[in-house]
Design a protein around this ligand. Structure first.
Ligand SMILES: Cc1cc2nc3c(=O)[nH]c(=O)nc-3n(C[C@H](O)[C@H](O)[C@H](O)COP(=O)(O)OP(=O)(O)OC[C@H]3O[C@@H](n4cnc5c(N)ncnc54)[C@H](O)[C@@H]3O)c2cc1C
Length: 583
């Protein structure tokens, strides 16, 4: 059994939420039962009861850092809690967890008074929305047109924020605006304001209509038009500090989004195994067919790869804080894409039942397929995340060539049996000037794995896969070094390099989870590493044919993974089921 180092209070919360979700999804009329979830979705109706229950269970307290009076210390706990909810219903998870995104600018940029007040309100169940984007400007935040003009008594805020999750339901809105007069700061003229709706006069704001969406249909995806004067205390952070602040906020929110994807993956994989075990085709159960086993193995191993990257990035908030500028966009680009690809393959496996909305499992597969598409869009699209990684290529090259590595930080992020320390969020940095220790630790990790193989602790195949990743990373960094900045924007090839970098990050995460696991290394851990690494190497080879062909060891590892999955009746994960709810 893998021991997970979690604060006892966090572990108790995870187990309590898991148990309550199981209870609240057992009968057809309950809030998290697939039939209820499907019926609300069909009517585009907000999951009011489900969200109220999540608040009553105390989930909101994990959106508030401990230093402000909440419970949030370990960002992996936040990811795990969001994942538990997403496993049942992505609409509720997206709607409820939005408050963390709404509040994060105050945690990172607000003063002590603002943080204390907001913390108390969120602990009491207040909903906070995060309004960055506008109808004419989605990703390009620098082009924001909502203005905040300095006037007697504060700031006049004017304009419209659109496609904002919970804009209508929120009690408070954290909004990005162009400050006038433009402050003389290199970071530009954007600033954050926290608008408390209850303190605004009538007519100060107007909600925009709910937009109809492909997925998360019940969510409140609307907007807000504002024309009002807010007091000076509404300003969050310094005037003109909005852009660097948003970059640091995204380093926390993008990591949290991994929980949404991992929950969707758990749900899809469970449906797939149940179906494959029951369905008989030409006299055989689907699960007996080699091609079906291979599909299940590949999708489950891809989810393990995504999970490994999510774990090190989330624990890295505390242990590699200054490098989150790399880890967060890596995870936000990699995880939703690996998971969505897996969902599509499971859809094919389910045949008609993946397409019908009433016939199988209350249509929950079709819903999660539609719902999950949003995870790769909001909080920075995949391209936007890759663009942010591309901008840091020079630092990544310098870090790799100089063999810079905070190995203690990597160890603390990966030693799952240890409890992570409280993060010092003041160390979040717009640019990761030391590069990325997770990837830069690869040479050391590979040597470690080779020693493990020589001592018989892991099969030779793991050492060969590890070596293939190191060589692929070496060639990748040579190509990164050859990239030249261009006034015309990043070339298409740079986005491919970013994708390869994400795979190296995830593979390095698998290796550090192996190297720094408790001793003796649990057998299940070794199997996860074999399977997930095989997927990483297969994918790297699609871009770089010099990468060693992992086919032979991949076939064995994926088959073993499916066999273990059948045996345990639990979707494979780095966490044991009894510590992380039913999968
Ligand atoms: C359901 C839902 C909920 C949302 N919730 C919120 C919310 O709560 N708060 C909020 O502020 N916003 C929210 N949004 C808005 C969301 O963040 C934006 O839709 C998203 O950032 C993309 O913006 P856009 O669609 O305007 O595309 P654009 O920014 O116009 O981009 C168009 C295309 O260009 C690509 N692109 C953009 N920049 C680059 C680049 N540098 N390099 C390469 N390609 C690039 C994009 O990937 C995209 O494919 C939500 C959106 C949806 C659909």
């Amino acid at each position: 059994m893998t021991v997970i180092g979690t604060r006892p209070h966090d572990q108790a919360m995870i187990e309590s939420v898991a148990a309550r979700l199981a209870e609240a999804s057992a009968e057809p009329d309950q809030a998290f039962h697939p039939a209820t979830v499907a019926a609300l979705d069909e009517r585009d109706e907000f999951p009011t009861t489900a969200c109220r229950m999540l608040t009553e269970w105390g989930l909101s307290r994990w959106y508030v850092p401990k230093e402000h009076g909440g419970e949030l210390v370990d960002y992996l706990t936040l990811v795990r809690l969001v994942r538990l909810v997403a496993r049942k219903d992505l609409t509720s998870a997206v709607a409820h967890a939005k408050t963390f995104l709404g509040a994060v600018a105050v945690w990172l940029g607000g003063d002590a008074e603002q943080a204390k007040d907001l913390a108390a309100r969120i602990n009491d169940g207040a909903v906070v929305s995060w309004a960055l984007t506008e109808r004419r400007h989605g990703s390009d935040l620098q082009a924001s047109e909502v203005t905040a003009s300095a006037v007697d008594g504060g700031w006049r805020i004017t304009g419209e924020k659109w496609l904002i999750n919970n804009a209508t339901r929120a009690d408070a809105v954290c909004l990005l605006a162009r400050t006038e007069p433009v402050p003389e700061r290199p970071s530009g003229g954007l600033s954050f304001f926290l608008l408390d709706k209850s303190a605004l006069a009538g007519g100060a704001y107007r909600h925009l209509p709910k937009e109809r969406t492909l997925g998360i249909r019940g969510a409140d995806i609307s907007g807000i038009a504002v024309d009002t004067v807010v007091p000076p205390e509404a300003l969050v952070g310094d005037v003109g500090d909005g852009l660097p602040l948003v970059v640091r906020c995204l380093q926390l929110t993008r990591t949290m989004c991994a929980g949404l994807s991992l929950g969707a993956a758990d749900h899809a994989l469970r449906l797939a195994m149940t179906y494959a075990s029951e369905r008989v085709v030409s006299g055989s159960r689907l699960i007996e067919l080699a091609t079906v086993r291979r599909t299940l193995g590949e999708v489950a191993a891809s989810a393990l790869l995504a999970e490994a990257a999510s774990i090190t990035a989330a624990r890295g908030v505390a242990t590699l804080t200054g490098e989150q500028g790399v880890a967060a966009p890596v995870v936000k680009a990699l995880v939703p894409n690996l998971v969505q690809e897996g969902i599509e393959r499971i859809g094919e496996l389910l045949g008609a039942r993946g397409f019908l909305t009433d016939v199988y499992a209350d249509g929950s597969f079709a819903k999660l397929d539609r719902d999950h598409r949003i995870v790769g869009i909001f909080d920075g699209t995949t391209s936007v995340c890759r663009h942010s990684l591309i901008a840091q290529f020079p630092w990544l090259v310098r870090g790799w060539n100089g063999r810079r590595c905070d190995l203690e930080g990597v160890r603390a992020a990966s030693a799952l049996h240890t409890v992570p320390r409280r993060p010092d969020l003041s160390r979040l940095s717009v640019v990761a000037r030391t590069g990325c220790s997770q990837v830069q630790s690869l040479p050391t990790l590979v040597e470690h794995v080779e020693r493990m193989a020589r001592s018989g602790a892991v099969p030779d195949a793991v050492a060969r896969l590890a070596d293939a990743v190191r060589s692929a990373a070496d060639r990748l960094h040579q190509e990164l070094a050859a990239q030249r900045p261009s006034a015309a924007g990043a070339p298409a090839t740079a986005f491919e390099l970013a994708e390869r970098y994400e795979l190296c990050y995830a593979a390095a995460s698998c290796l550090s989870l192996l190297c720094f696991a408790e001793s003796p290394t649990p057998a299940a851990h070794v199997l996860r590493v074999r399977a997930a690494l095989a997927i990483a190497v297969m994918r790297l080879r699609e871009f770089d044919e010099e990468t060693t062909d992992p086919s032979a060891s991949a076939a064995d590892a994926l088959e073993d993974l499916v066999t273990e999955w059948q045996h345990t009746a639990t979707v494979p994960s780095w966490f044991d089921a009894d510590r992380d709810g039913d999968r």
